[in-house]
Design a protein around this ligand. Structure first.
Ligand SMILES: Nc1ncnc2c1ncn2[C@@H]1O[C@H](COP(=O)(O)OP(=O)(O)OP(=O)(O)O)[C@@H](O)[C@H]1O
Length: 369
């Protein structure tokens, strides 16, 4: 049964479109011929997320931190081990079967690798029309017309209708995947590294397309990526993940202009910054590698690699502290700010051309310069 009451509907402006609380996705590790459970992979381990209508919310972090698992859990591909997901004010766990099916058309995903996400035996027309056949009552004629218009919206002409995926370039395949994802007019598009399998020159064109269809289709994006330059130019908000948890979240501008968590500072300093004042001395290098999510350290998960950790950091995993809508899980942040060690790199990150939410076209121009 839907719990979407009138008062909740009225409060939509300040309601997140997508909200997760304490979201966990754990996988059992099974070993031996008896397949006994010997441990647990804490792929996602207590994530809170608020994505507001119209946001492009980036989720960033190193490989293995749980980004893809988080996205799959948000999509409903996997039942969460714990926690709740709400969509437009309604908890997904409270929905009936038919309401869940209806919701599925509202949330779509675009994967990293278009080649493996498109069925090679089907034509482009069949691929894009499949969700329309499955979820709508439209006639074949109406669906065909819709597919042609979708092809046009993603910058492919009607001549692609009868072609097969292998006849298309990677960028064209990703356009097809996007056309399919928007075919049912979803509100929320989950983007799992949507450009990282593509050539750099094609990446910016796909970002530009995503930017255009976001306006045209009134979409909200949640994008997983490890490419901070994409985040910087494309996202409006960022959540930084480390070992299954979000450790910092802020607007893109605040995150790049004033990264607070030592991990975020390290991530940002690893991005090549086109700035004459930027020197290697500003870089923070991180000792060690990411621990296994099956055996996370006690206390703050980052403390064994953290340059400013104290003994206290090994005790408790800190809760979020809010610094004017810029939230961070680190007990050392106020002191770190006093040290002022981040000021140079923070200033370097806020030139006027580095505005978050820069259109993809502007981003492309910037890249080509
Ligand atoms: N089905 C599964 N069973 C067991 N462990 C899994 C499963 N899926 C993911 N994991 C583990 O969970 C952790 C998080 O994986 P995930 O793919 O979400 O990370 P990621 O941040 O998306 O990394 P990448 O950028 O490399 O895809 C990894 O240690 C991974 O090995």
């Amino acid at each position: 049964m839907s719990h979407h009451t009138q008062s909740e509907a009225d409060a939509t402006t300040d309601e997140p479109l997508l909200k997760a609380r304490g979201l966990k996705q754990h996988y059992p590790i099974k070993e031996g011929i008896l397949r006994r459970q010997t441990g647990t992979v804490r792929a996602v381990d207590g994530v809170d997320l608020d994505v507001y209508p119209g946001d492009t919310h980036a989720i960033v972090g190193e490989s293995g931190c749980g980004k893809s698992t988080l996205l799959e859990t948000l999509l409903g591909l996997e039942e969460p081990t714990a926690g709740t997901i709400s969509y437009d004010g309604t908890s997904i766990g409270d929905l009936s079967g038919s309401e869940k099916r209806a919701l599925k058309s509202q949330i779509q995903i675009v994967f990293q690798n278009p080649e493996s996400s498109l069925d090679p035996r089907n034509t482009i027309g069949q691929i894009i029309s499949e969700p329309l056949h499955l979820h709508t009552e439209a006639s074949t004629q109406q669906i065909d017309a819709r597919v042609v218009s979708l092809l046009d919206d993603v910058g492919l002409g009607p001549r692609y209708y009868g072609r097969y995926p292998h006849e298309l370039s990677g960028g064209q395949q990703q356009r097809v995947a996007i056309a399919r994802a928007i075919s049912l007019n979803p509100s929320l598009l989950l983007l799992d590294e949507p450009t990282s399998a593509l050539d750099v020159s094609v990446q910016s064109k796909i970002l530009r397309l995503l930017d255009e269809i976001k306006d045209e289709y009134d979409l909200t994006y949640v994008m997983v990526t490890h490419d901070l330059s994409v985040v910087r130019h494309f996202a409006t908000d960022v959540s930084v993940m480390y070992l299954g948890n979000v450790i910092e979240k802020a607007s893109t501008e605040a995150l790049f202009g004033d990264p607070k968590h030592p991990y975020t500072q390290a991530l940002i300093s690893a991005v090549p910054v086109p700035d004459p004042h930027h020197t290697a001395e500003n870089d923070i290098t991180l000792p060690g590698t990411v621990p296994e999510p099956s055996d996370p350290p006690a206390g703050c998960r980052f403390h064994p690699r953290c340059p400013i950790a104290t003994e206290e950091c090994a005790e408790d995993f800190p809760a979020f502290e809010s610094h004017d809508r810029h939230e961070v899980r680190c007990i050392r942040v106020p002191e770190a700010e006093e040290i002022g060690s981040t000021e140079d790199s923070a200033a370097a990150g806020t030139s006027s051309t580095d505005r978050p939410g820069l259109s993809a076209a502007q981003y492309e121009d910037a890249r080509q310069e």
